[in-house]
Design a protein around this ligand. Structure first.
Ligand SMILES: Nc1ncnc2c1ncn2[C@@H]1O[C@H](COP(=O)(O)OP(=O)(O)OP(=O)(O)O)[C@@H](O)[C@H]1O
Length: 611
């Protein structure tokens, strides 16, 4: 019950539907008691006394009762359906809302398939129980109480004899609930593993096919499917153990009634009409008792589902606003970024960044260079407050990012990541995603700056072309250019280019960067790149190794000394006769495609060292 207590806020607001649905069901159940009584009247007062003129009136009242009962049942279904759907709607939105605000840390380990199954299968189980299951359990209890009272009013000795098995039946039902609940919980988990497998397989289908691992995937799925099947079978096993016992106990009641009721009739302690009414009342009680297993099934399933929903809803949010956060205003903000001896490690893992210090004055361009896993992206993640620092602090305009309103903080930063994600929507909407109410003019301007306009115009539907999952495929470089446009449209104070041009050729990169330079003016910019050509204009270049700063300075300063930067430079410009020259990179002319592409090949092969 604890689960449903915790979920109260979702269904209690709909109490008018809950109460109406229960009242209708109660009234319909109470009307059901009229049938056995009519049987008694028919036998004792009509047949036994030969008063057949009463039959039409009796039949008409029966029709009236049936009509009324059906109407009440209709309204029970109507209100129950409304209740279930509204509760499901609230819960679904609450879960989705929670998913939006859960921190990056949660998503580091979260499984999409599992989350999908919580928001679909688990939610459906809860909807059914809250809408109907709960009222049906209550109905069952009411039937037993109403029926019991009526039986007691006919003959209390016979009632006690007949219902002697009820405590045993209830005890067995409770035992069943206890043993079937863990099985259901396991079944839900197996279901979520199954959805995760399907989701991962579909997402990674290109990798599966490229490595010809279809049969491996089939076997992997078969294992998970088998787990689910085993779970279903174990539930049936528990079910199979208890069901015959419950059926036996229910039937014992009927046998006791037939024997003792018969004796009562023979000794004139009970009329035949009362006996028949009694018999039908017994089924009125025993019938729902049989359904007890189904209701328990329903209840435990929804309890297991409720636990999984609550687990998500109660998930701790690691990064959230302080009580009175400072809201950054776009116009007043300068974009002065400082890292004061920042250290950070993911979870309990090793330090990803150690004593990182940086003072980026407004409008400055900071370049970050370093090998794979050296901590470049972590620098950015901490600025966006994807994670909270473990030591030191990151400030913007002198305010600790932990004091800032998260929405305004992230709103002031426009990131372009190496991995581009486009929504299944038109290119226009994908670019406009970076800014509310963007005009077509602004969209086109951003696309032109990102050097995306020309290829978009060549598409049959231009800016209305649907991309992403459902849409047409774009090349990696084209997708990257759309995501650059999405960041640029935001007119951000702080611009982040995290390997943003890795998928475009050097010539396009140069063109995009020319656009960037126009845009970077007055904005603090962080550029993470593996190509020296992307970083050389930075005001300060920081070279990272294993989370520590190993070198810092301008392009010229770094080239002038021995160190990682110069080594990387030499590798990338190895095919050039003047690779020792500090100005070699500057001498590269984008209009010379042969040299440019030669350079690119180097980056792709040897540059792997740095990626
Ligand atoms: N979400 C995460 N959870 C746990 N560890 C992480 C996570 N992200 C990064 N790391 C670890 O932190 C370290 C720094 O990673 P980071 O992504 O900052 O490197 P990077 O320099 O940006 O690398 P790359 O150039 O490959 O993108 C690495 O050791 C990495 O394994």
């Amino acid at each position: 019950m604890e689960v449903f207590k915790q979920l109260k806020e979702f269904y209690w607001v709909e109490k008018k539907y809950l109460v109406s649905s229960i009242l209708c069901l109660m009234a319909a159940t109470a009307l059901g008691l009229v049938y056995p009584n009519m049987l008694r009247i028919l036998i004792d007062d009509v047949i036994m006394k030969n008063r057949f003129e009463l039959v039409p009136a009796l039949s008409l009242s029966l029709v009236g009762v049936i009509a009324l009962k059906s109407t009440l049942q209709f309204f029970h279904g109507f209100f129950g359906g409304r209740l279930g759907n509204r509760v499901a709607y609230r819960l679904r939105n609450a879960c989705y809302d929670k998913l939006q605000y859960l921190s990056f840390r949660y998503y580091d380990n979260a499984k999409t398939g599992d989350l999908m199954s919580r928001l679909t299968a688990d939610l459906e189980a809860l909807r059914n129980f809250i809408g109907f299951g709960f009222a049906q359990i209550l109905n069952m209890i009411l039937m037993v109480i109403f029926g019991g009272i009526m039986m007691l009013s006919i003959n209390w000795q016979l009632t006690l004899l007949t219902l002697v098995t009820i405590p045993l039946l209830s005890f067995t039902a409770l035992r069943l609930e206890k043993s079937i609940h863990p099985a259901f919980r396991e079944m839900r988990l197996a279901m979520s593993r199954l959805t995760t497998a399907v989701q991962e397989n579909i997402t990674g289908v290109r990798t599966v096919k490229s490595f010809a691992r279809e049969s491996h995937e089939v076997n992997k799925f078969a294992e998970k499917s088998n787990d689910y099947q085993e779970n279903q079978i174990s539930v049936s096993r528990v079910w199979g153990r208890y069901f015959p016992i419950m059926e036996l106990l229910a039937n014992i009641s009927a046998v006791i009634l037939l024997i003792s009721g018969g004796i009562f009739v023979i000794h004139d302690k009970l009329s035949i009409g009362e006996f028949v009414a009694f018999f039908s009342l017994t089924w009125y009680i025993i019938g729902p008792m049989w359904g007890i297993g189904f209701h328990i099934n329903n209840y435990t399933q929804s309890k297991a589902s409720g636990e999984r929903m609550l687990e998500l809803l109660n998930e701790y949010v690691h990064v959230k606003n302080v009580e009175h956060p400072v809201v950054l205003s776009g116009d007043a903000m300068k974009g002065h970024v400082r890292y004061d001896n920042v250290s950070f490690g993911y979870g309990d893992g090793p330090m990803a960044l150690t004593n990182f210090a940086l003072d980026a004055a407004p409008g400055k361009v900071i370049g970050l260079l370093g090998g794979t896993g050296s901590g470049k992206s972590t620098v950015i993640q901490l600025l966006m407050r994807a994670y909270d620092v473990k030591q030191g602090k990151v400030t913007i305009d002198g305010i600790d990012v932990r004091e800032l309103d998260i929405e305004s903080l992230r709103g002031a930063i426009a990131p372009v990541f190496q991995e581009t994600f486009l929504f299944s929507a038109s290119i226009r909407n994908n670019i406009a995603y970076g800014m509310k109410d963007a005009t077509m003019e602004q969209i086109v301007k951003a696309a032109k700056l990102a050097k995306a306009h020309d290829f978009i115009m060549e598409l049959p539907l231009g800016y209305d072309t649907v991309v992403g999952e459902r849409g047409m495929g774009l090349s990696g470089g084209q997708k990257q250019r759309i995501s650059i446009a999405r960041a640029l449209i935001r007119n951000p104070r702080i611009l982040i280019l995290d390997d943003a041009t890795s998928a475009v050729d050097m010539e396009t990169e140069h063109e995009i960067q020319a656009g960037f330079r126009e845009l970077m003016a007055g904005r603090t910019t962080f550029v993470i790149a593996h190509r020296i050509s992307s970083l050389r204009h930075a005001d300060e270049i920081i070279v990272l190794d294993n989370g520590r700063i190993v070198q810092r300075g301008t392009h010229e300063q770094l080239l002038a000394v021995n160190g990682t930067y110069r080594d990387v430079y030499r590798i990338q410009y190895a095919d050039r006769p003047d690779n020792d020259s500090a100005t070699a990179a500057d001498a590269w002319i984008p209009g010379e495609p042969e040299r440019g592409f030669a350079g690119q090949k180097q980056v792709q092969s040897e540059g792997r060292l740095y990626h």
